[in-house]
Unconditional design. Sequence first.
Length: 118
Amino acid sequence: VQLQASGGGLVQAGGSLRLSCAASGRTINDYVMGWFRQAPGKEREFVGVISKTGVMRDYADSVKGRFTISRDNAKNTVYLLMEGLKPEDTAVYYCAAKSPLVTTYQYWGQGTQVTVSS
């Protein structure tokens, strides 16, 4: 499956952005979908995850209550709504997909830059 993340940009602190991750090649119905981010000089970190059906979601503590993951399997797309953005949210954001039977994400998108100004 190929993943294409989009929706990044420059936003002021306190603002909102919605990232999209469009999949092609295969349906995402069978995949757990995750969002990750990597800030300059830092390692990539987990942001959030959503189960195949969307019933189960989990988030990193740093974004809990501000970010929301959703998915539209009919559109083969996953979303990351980011609200209350902070300068420390500045990073390249990546979406990823994996089978629920494995622990390692198998497919990764190319990333979209999010920059939050203070």
